[in-house]
Design a binder for this molecule. Structure first.
Ligand code: ZN
Length: 166
């Protein structure tokens, strides 16, 4: 079975702003993840329904690298599949809306529970009108360059608690 990788790669563009590049192993890890979890967790769209799901990092990979857990870039525990709207491939954009709260510079650390339950099966417009989603946007993850030293310590502790080093 051939796994098609998505054309757009927002994570690479954001990380490049911090002079961080994807690991050369990322492409392989991404394909492996799409074999394990081929469908968007929020709406069950997969490559065979004309969309190209994205592999999203729960803890954004540039935070992992800068804050001391570079292994999480390539750790399956830190990955979730979400659909993305692309030209010719309509989707509800769960990558952007649930993974990044409508801003690729930000991230939603509750993405797993939100994709599986809170916003499960909801359309893009329903999500954008949902008060819980609007509330989340106001408390979304700080950009890396806006974090205080204490924020960074807390973030590393969270990564270590959720995904202990193997
Ligand atoms: Zn979806």
């Amino acid at each position: 079975m051939t796994i098609q990788l998505p054309h757009q790669d927002h994570g690479t563009a954001i990380a490049a702003e911090y002079n961080i590049a994807r690991s050369p192993k990322w492409s392989q890890v991404q394909k492996q993840h799409l074999k394990l979890q081929p469908l968007c967790v929020a709406c069950k769209l997969g490559t065979n329904s004309q969309t190209k799901p994205q592999v999203h990092h729960i803890f954004p990979f540039h935070y992992c690298i800068v804050l001391g857990r570079p292994d999480l870039e390539l750790d399956q525990r830190n990955l979730i599949t979400l659909c993305e709207n692309e030209a010719g491939h309509p989707a509800d954009n769960h990558h952007l809306l649930i993974g990044h709260l409508d801003d690729f510079k930000s991230s939603n650390l509750d993405v797993v529970v939100d994709a599986k339950t809170t916003f499960q099966g909801m359309s893009a417009s329903d999500i954008k009108n949902d008060l819980r989603w609007k509330q989340k946007k106001t408390t979304s993850l700080k950009p890396l360059d806006k974090m205080t030293p204490q924020d960074k310590v807390d973030f590393l502790a969270k990564m270590n608690t959720w995904f202990p080093k193997k």
